[in-house]
Design a protein around this ligand. Sequence first.
Ligand code: NAP
Length: 309
Amino acid sequence: MEDKIYDVVIIGAGPAGLTAGIYGARAGLDIVIIEKFAPGGQVVNSYEIENYPGFTEPIAGWDLMAKMEEQTRRLGVPIESGEVTSMEKINDLFHVNTIDKKYFSRAAIIASGAQNRKLKVAGEEEFLGRGVSYCATCDGAFYKDKVTVVVGGGDVALEEAFFLTKFASKVYIIHRRDKFRGTDILQKRVFGSDKISILYNSVVKEICGKEKVASVRIENIATGQESVIPTDGLFIFVGYDPVNSFVPPQLLNKNGEIKVNMDMQTEIPGLFAAGDVRSNSRRQIVMAAADGATALLAAHEYINNIACK
Ligand code: NAP
């Protein structure tokens, strides 16, 4: 057990957590970032980012996040591996517990992000890694000259469907409504690709195969008609759910996101949330980074105020 008391413990090393770290280091605070996987968050799975300011050409997601991590480490911020299992505030001190370590801090920032939402259909778990994927950047190259199916109608589904056309001979997009939610520029790219076919008003009922995915059974919900699409790979991009298993339930809204005010402060003084895990997040990298900066500045002010008491 460690009895060091940090100024701020930051949970998560995506854009929000890393930016909080950068601001914390520059403010001269004693901070630590705890990360469950590798630093970078969901962005590392994006093939290309073209809306993060400062980069005149698109930059690969992993590249952008490697730069953010390097910048954070260069400023002296430790990034430790660990999965936070619970946290509580006792007498003005946050106790943050990971599987094998306990951290103490005056303030804490939850920047744990979000994880891929599941379709919850038969075959999804069974064929994970054997044709079912949540990351085209990671797995797309396995589908050279093969038929793939993408599920979803948001920015991620459209971006990743277009990315898959680099490899696949054919990409079907299955979307439950008759209109995409994704931005115009991405829609235009998808509509302009002769490798992409769109099936609107359609949902996946079952993922079928023996050793690996062989087909998906879909239903047109407007007509009730079912059909089977032979495919080698199913890519699921139907949104994200916040990573909140360790967060005190009273802090969450009905979507499981952490309720915050404009300073990213939760209803527990000294506890902040930033990025995709917080309520009303727009889920943009630049906004997650801004959240991280806002949360850290507010945490700094909070620490100064309790020190003055
Ligand atoms: P999203 O915008 O929430 O879209 C999820 C899509 O999946 C929607 O089309 C939704 O359908 C569909 N869907 C949800 N649950 C489903 C289910 N159970 N079965 C079938 N379809 C389902 O999520 P996202 O595309 O993952 O994007 C997440 C956030 O990141 C968004 O805010 C997005 O703008 C942002 N983002 C931005 C960029 C960029 O700016 N370049 C890139 C990536 C992500 P409905 O439309 O019917 O609800």
